[in-house]
Design a protein around this ligand. Structure first.
Ligand code: NAD
Length: 519
């Protein structure tokens, strides 16, 4: 299959190209060009021009057109799922659930709610009652998206929907490992009649991503690894480009003393092995309370052994391919390190001989914090389990991490779970569930610590796609006798002290007011 190239770069005969292979079959499935810096710049310029008329549309009209793109995705879901499955090696179920439907849900949500969420907002002023403050949201301009391979449709479209509904144009640099699906999304966009130059795709490796940051974009959303994130954030910093960094994760699953063992085991297996563990919010470490640990481990192992692994194009499977051989090397290195330090290989642990890249879903027990598998991102199908003496010990270990994206708490006592969750250092904490917030458009998604900063999804993320303009208008005419302006006089200062003393002093108006509010 030949990829559709949406731009028409010059000297295309001599240019470097990327050959795309299916990770499940090893077959070549397409080829795309590597965009150079000049071409990226030209794409950003075209996007900037297209943004002018798009940004001038009413919100209702923009939302209507964005919604038509969401509908077009669902109308072409089979074609999209098939390509995702071939290019990323995902089971059909995940291609539909995590990619196509998640994208459409996201588009539909932002199309439906943008008018309300981006409407001008009044701000109540505490002292300057004679003035009226209103916040207005206007598009930033051109938003640059740099995305990874593990959700090759959803990650770009999640951010695209928020950006365009808010009135921006988008230039996307997809992962060099999965560029075909990004180009297919662009084709669906064009076919749905949306402005072609408003959303552009520039394919290539890291330098193409760097060129995008250098091409005059107004905002950048980067999703990828921590090491690349540092470089991208530094580039944005040098150019003072505001950015969101969605980086790695090391999600702990804490099974408290009163956890529903069956539920926690099922969650550990689904959360650990979905997308072959290649999810930034995958269950990457389990802390099991000693009172339930034995039973929990047994059920995790049994469930893991029942998983069907293989080429999703050939059969119905639970666990598909690993994206490239290097990820298998990483998994093997983690396992070797853990076994050398006393872990027990309960099931799995080996690569599966095949034309594609497959690895057995693996469970390690008797793990401890000296093992890399408990501290560094795995991004592969390994669930390591460590027994703990108390929920408090689990909490302390969970928080002893340089990453903080998602975390999971399992307990039958929901109130305890909610209070416990408030003490976990992570961007999102789910009680008795795994993964679902990744596709929940209403709630903010993102990390703390080295998992990044800023948020995608949720109303704050939508507003982040905008410049905020604070407009402040006088409600009553003070005329030219404003007592805060020149000339400064001793009498004026004394009046100021008296007035502010009344309002701000210990027994003053403001403190009396706040006391009466508290009581
Ligand atoms: P990566 O960091 O290698 O690449 C991400 C993107 O950055 C790719 O498009 C790549 O070409 C580009 N890139 C590389 N060097 C660049 C540079 N110098 N300037 C600009 N762009 C550059 O990540 P990956 O291997 O594709 O994805 C896996 C990582 O992504 C994991 O660490 C995972 O945790 C993370 N991830 C995070 C989230 C999240 O929402 N927090 C979601 C998915 C994946």
């Amino acid at each position: 299959m030949e990829a559709v190239v949406t731009s028409n770069p010059a000297n295309s005969s001599q240019r470097e190209r990327i050959t795309v292979r299916s990770p499940a079959s090893g077959q070549v499935i397409g080829e795309v060009p590597v965009f150079g810096a000049e071409e990226v710049k030209a794409a950003v310029e075209r996007a900037r021009k297209a943004q002018v008329s798009w940004g001038a549309l009413t919100q209702a009209e923009r939302s209507r057109r964005v919604l038509s793109f969401a509908h077009a995705l669902i109308a072409r879901e089979e074609e999209l799922c098939d390509l995702i499955s071939r290019e990323a090696g995902k089971p059909a179920f995940e291609a539909y659930l995590h990619e196509v439907s998640a994208s459409a849900i996201c588009g539909q949500y932002f199309a439906k709610h943008a008018e309300k969420l981006l409407a001008p907002r009044a701000v109540e002023l505490t002292l300057a009652k004679h003035r009226r403050a209103t916040l207005y949201y206007s598009p930033r301009g051109v938003v640059g998206l740099i995305t990874p391979w593990n959700f090759p449709l959803f990650m770009p479209l999640r951010d695209l929907f928020m950006a365009v509904v808010a009135g921006n144009a988008v230039v996307l640099k997809p992962s060099e490992v999965t560029p075909l699906i990004a180009l297919k999304a662009k084709q669906v966009w064009d076919d749905a009649g949306l402005p072609p130059e408003l959303f552009q795709v520039v394919t290539g490796y890291g330098p193409t991503g760097a060129a995008l940051i250098d091409a005059g974009i107004d905002f950048c959303v980067f999703t990828g690894g921590v090491a690349t994130g540092r470089r991208v954030a530094a580039m944005c910093g040098e150019r003072l480009i505001p950015c969101v960094m969605e980086l790695g994760g090391k999600a702990p699953l804490i099974a408290c003393s009163d956890a529903d063992v069956e539920l926690a085991a099922h969650a550990a297996v689904s959360g650990g092995f979905a997308n072959s563990g290649q999810i930034c919010i995958a269950v990457e470490r389990v802390y099991a309370h000693k009172s339930i640990a034995e039973q929990l481990e047994r059920r995790i192992i049994e469930r893991t052994r029942s998983l069907r692994v293989g080429d999703p194009q050939q059969q119905t499977v639970d666990v598909g391919a690993i994206i490239f051989p290097k990820q298998i090397d990483v998994a093997e290195a983690h396992i070797a390190d853990a076994l050398a330090k006393g872990a027990v290989l309960a099931t799995g642990g080996h690569r599966i001989e095949s034309k594609g890249n497959f690895f057995q879903p693996t469970v390690l027990t008797n793990c401890n914090p000296s093992m890399t598998v408990m501290t560094e991102e795995i991004f592969g199908p390994i669930v390591p389990v460590m027994r703990v003496d108390s929920d408090e010990e689990a909490l302390s270990l969970a928080n002893r991490s340089h990453l903080g994206l998602n975390a999971y708490v399992f307990t039958k006592d929901r109130s305890y779970g909610e209070a416990f969750a408030a003490r976990v250092e992570a961007g999102s904490v789910l009680v008795n569930d795994v993964l679902t917030n990744g596709g929940m458009p209403e709630t903010p998604f993102g990390g703390i610590k080295q998992s990044g900063f800023g948020r995608v999804l949720g109303e704050d993320a939508l507003r982040e796609m905008c410049n905020v303009r604070h407009v402040n208008v006088d409600r009553v005419g003070l005329g030219s006798n404003n007592p805060l302006w020149f000339p400064y006089t001793d009498a004026g200062l004394s009046r100021l002290r008296k007035a502010f003393g009344l309002m701000l002093g210990g027994g003053g108006l403001l403190s009396r007011l706040s006391k009466s509010i508290r009581s």
